[in-house]
Write a protein that binds this ligand. Structure first.
Ligand code: DX5
Ligand code: ZN
Length: 225
């Protein structure tokens, strides 16, 4: 079972983002997750394309860009130009999802759709036919360090079943409150890509935390969170 891990820089020390990106690379991270927030779609305000572009020079790890912004088509090219390797846009923020996805794919980048905890899974039914992945939010977007929302595991299992039923090749990514205690049941429910912020950066040993997460993903377990 192949899974991928994407440490989220949102939980890193922002005075040393270059060091944080290098630590992710040392730990064998598959992706580095960028939480782009505009202070409108979510209340918080974080990084933009300038920061991506600067960090693109310090690591070879591909960038996983999570756009939590309104009118994402307006600035999409800036993120693609800055070196995004994959881009997830919120279904709640983009009425022209198909156009968005076509544009991302046309630039040789992998497109995904993100969905908030309170949004019906039915809202991504059509997208299952044209996205590479669905980023299931297991916290309300805006901040790192929040608790995994109970019930998300069942939601992922239901999405996994829908993907199978329609014959889609989309994979499931999970974002929010992911750690060694809940990653194995998430794998069992059908998720393959994991974003982890506080569980990677809070202990001070980033490579060690990434290794522990990978080991936990391989160890069958029940949800304790
Ligand atoms: C929340 C972000 C997440 C967050 C994950 O808006 O999308 O990527 O940083 O952080 P943890 O793992 O601490 O929930
Ligand atoms: Zn995120």
């Amino acid at each position: 079972m192949s899974i991928s891990l994407a440490p989220s820089l949102l939980s890193a020390d922002f005075s040393g983002l270059g060091d944080a990106a290098r630590a992710c690379e040392d730990g064998g991270a598959d992706w580095i997750h960028f939480d782009v927030m505009d202070g409108r779609f979510v209340p918080n305000l974080t990084v933009g394309p300038i920061v991506l572009k600067a960090l693109r020079k310090v690591t070879r790890v591909p960038f996983d860009v999570h756009l939590m912004i309104e009118e994402p088509l307006k600035t999409l090219d800036q993120y693609l130009d800055a070196g995004a390797g994959r881009v997830a846009v919120h279904v709640e923020a983009e009425p022209h999802l198909h156009r968005f996805v076509q544009h991302v794919r046309g630039r040789g980048v992998s497109p995904g759709v993100a969905i908030n905890p309170g949004t019906s899974l039915a809202s991504v039914d059509e997208a299952l036919h044209f996205v590479d992945f669905v980023l299931v939010m297991t916290v309300n977007p805006g901040w790192g360090g929040q608790a995994f929302i109970a019930g998300s595991l069942d939601r992922i299992a239901r999405l996994s079943e829908s993907i199978r039923r329609v014959g889609s090749r989309a994979t499931i990514a999970v974002d929010g409150g992911v750690g060694p205690d809940n990653i194995a049941p998430l794998v069992a429910a059908g998720a393959r890509h994991f974003v982890a912020g506080s569980s990677v950066f809070s202990a001070g040993d980033v490579p060690g935390a990434i290794r522990r997460l990978r080991e936990a993903a391989r160890t069958p377990g029940t949800l304790r969170a």
